[in-house]
Structures are given as structure tokens and as C-alpha cells.
Design a protein around this ligand. Structure first.
Ligand code: ADP
Ligand code: MG
Length: 314
């Protein structure tokens, strides 16, 4: 498999440039996690950094929330591959002002590992200018769900209800406390490991986790697969109090968007309590049309909101 094409923006332009710079020393880059043959299955690995003032502010979250969130954010990339979580490594960089709270951070890591049924197998600890948690996740998959497998005729599904983290962030940035339901979605996301593995075993063709916003994350699947994904705005399941466009833009959801055969949502409902919602359809690009996500409101196209670009701004 070659490297996957990435979406627009400075962050992905930089990664694409480094992939070219690395040349033969880069191997199949571009999915939620690396997939390496390992015996008769695949080793699936990914790393994710959570940084104070970039991903969260100290005043918003408890130390345990910070540890939980960093762990689940990293595990979410395994869920997006349909992989099991075998173990994680936790690298901590912190200034002295954090020393008395690091046990609390690790308590959150423990709680997330218990919830995800995984274990910490190592890590690294050092001084740093702000709190930085880098969680590396190791998993196993027999049939990894890549971003390039979506095919015309598939349906598009999403897990959970969107908009909570975006609403929490908007509240904090506006100077007030978010509603508890929105705060919980930001502070205590749950990686959809069980559902991701279930989708992989039940005919799903592609998946990605929602880190930058539904419209921009699904665009990675569309571009990598060479297809158009038509998404009906009204079909997107929303967290109580979130409007549809905000749900579309909300990042750090750690829900999954999955493509697969029609009826996968019904199958999931009969097998699981927390299921999938069908939000759109996959088709071949029309003449002169590029692979992309089209957002439709009552069948009429609307512009999607931009996704989060980590290298935008100064
Ligand atoms: P995700 O949001 O799923 O964690 P990203 O959007 O962060 O993925 O990254 C996109 C792809 O680029 C992934 O395959 C990731 O492994 C790869 N990538 C990101 N940064 C680097 C880097 N500095 N060097 C090599 N690969 C990278
Ligand atoms: Mg991802």
C-alpha cells in the first residue's frame, strides 16, 4: 500500500512534505495508525500528544480528566482501525508547577485503561515548559479498517452524538462554564474500541476517528478512497443543545465515521446498545468532480465548516 493522500491545510502540507523528504525511509503513512504485518495479524500503532494551552487549559479540567482524555484520544486511533488495544506507553513532560498533580494525571490514565481494558507498558518522564502527555498505543487487528476502502454504494455512518466538545470549548472561550453534558463529552471521551472492532468484523470498508471535525475528517476518507461522500446535515446525530453546523465542525469528538454496506446500522443495533447512525451515501465522483465530502441540507449543497489545522495561525 502506498502513502495515503492527506486533506488540505498547512498541517497536512507539512506532513506530505516530510513524507517526500523521508523518501524510502517513510512507510505507508497517512492512516489513523500504522499497520505492520505481525504473524498472521497486524500490529497497529499510533502516537498522540496532548499539550497544555494547545489541547486544554489547566483551569478547565482536573488532572484525572487530562490523563483520561489524552489516553482515550490516542486509543481512538486504534478504534478507527478496528484494532484491539494491547498496551500503551505514556510520555510525560512537565514543569515543576505540575509535580503535585502528576499522580492525579496518572489516575486518569488508569481509569481510561480500565475502561478500555488495556494496560500501560511503559513511558518516559522529563521536564518541559508546559504539561505535555504523549500517549503511544499498540494494538492488534486481523482486518484493519483503512481510510482508502470506501466504495460507491456504501453508506456513511457515525457513532455517538456530535457537538458536545465544540459546545464546551465555545463556552469556556466565552468565559462561562459549559453545560455538564457538554463538559463531560470534552473531559471524558470514550474511544469506540468495541464498535470499531465490530464494524471491522461486519463488513465496514473504511473508518476514521473524529479529531478535527466530521466534514474535514471524512474528507480524508473521500480523498484516500477516490469517492464523493454525500452527507445529509439533518441526519447527523447531535448532542443536546448543539446546532447542526456546530456538530459538523466540532473536533476532538473521538467518535468514528465508518463506511460500509447498507444496513450496517440495523445490524449494529441488533448487536450493540450504542450503535451507528446512517448520515450519508458514497458515490463515484461525477464528470469533472473531485473526491470530496458534500454537505446537503434538504438535498441542497451547503459549504462545510473548515476543520482544525494545527499549523494554522502563528
Ligand atoms: P490522526 O488525527 O488520526 O492522529 P493526523 O491527522 O495527526 O492523524 O496525521 C495524519 C497522518 O500523518 C497520520 O498517518 C500520522 O501518522 C502522520 N503523521 C503526522 N505527523 C507526522 C510526522 N511528524 N511524521 C510522520 N508522520 C506523521
Ligand atoms: Mg485519527
Amino acid at each position: 500500500m502506498p502513502h495515503l493522500p492527506l486533506g488540505p491545510g498547512r498541517e497536512f502540507a507539512a506532513i506530505a512534505r516530510w513524507v517526500r523528504q523521508l523518501g524510502r525511509t517513510a512507510h505507508e503513512i497517512g492512516d489513523d495508525a500504522a499497520v505492520l504485518p505481525f504473524g498472521d495479524a497486524f500490529l497497529v500503532a499510533s502516537t498522540d500528544a496532548s499539550i497544555e494551552e494547545v489541547h486544554f487549559r489547566r483551569a478547565w479540567l482536573s488532572p484525572a480528566d487530562i490523563g483520561w482524555r489524552a489516553t482515550m484520544a490516542a486509543l481512538s486511533d486504534l478504534a478507527a482501525m478496528g484494532a484491539d488495544a494491547t498496551g500503551i506507553l505514556v510520555a510525560i513532560a512537565a514543569p515543576p508547577t505540575w509535580d503535585s498533580d502528576l499522580d492525579g494525571v496518572m489516575q486518569g490514565v488508569r481509569e481510561a485503561c480500565e475502561a478500555a481494558r488495556t494496560v500501560v507498558v511503559g513511558g518516559d518522564t522529563t521536564r518541559g515548559p508546559v504539561l505535555m502527555l504523549t500517549v503511544t498505543v499498540l494494538g492488534r487487528a486481523t482486518r484493519p479498517l483503512r481510510r482508502d476502502g470506501a466504495r460507491a454504494g456504501d453508506h456513511v455512518y457515525v457513532t455517538g452524538a456530535l457537538g458536545g466538545p465544540g459546545a464546551a470549548l465555545a463556552a469556556w472561550l466565552g468565559g462561562h462554564e459549559p453545560r455538564p453534558v457538554h463538559r463531560a463529552r470534552f473531559a471524558r471521551p470514550a474511544a469506540r474500541l468495541t464498535l470499531g472492532a465490530w464494524c471491522a468484523a461486519n463488513g465496514a470498508t473504511a473508518a476514521i476517528d473524529l479529531s478535527d471535525g466530521l466534514a474535514s475528517d471524512l474528507a480524508h476518507v473521500a480523498v484516500a478512497s477516490g469517492v464523493v461522500c454525500d452527507v445529509e446535515l439533518a441526519a447527523i446525530p447531535r448532542c443536546d443543545g448543539a446546532d447542526a453546523m456546530a456538530a459538523l465542525a466540532s473536533g476532538e469528538e473521538y467518535e468514528l465515521v465508518v463506511t460500509g454496506p447498507p444496513g450496517l446500522d440495523r445490524l449494529a443495533r441488533s448487536a450493540r446498545t450504542s450503535g451507528l447512525t446512517m448520515i450519508g451515501r458514497v458515490r463515484a465522483p461525477g464528470r469533472g468532480e473531485r473526491p470530496a465530502v458534500r454537505i446537503l441540507r434538504d438535498g441542497v449543497r451547503v459549504d462545510p465548516p473548515p476543520g482544525h489545522d494545527h499549523l494554522s495561525g502563528s
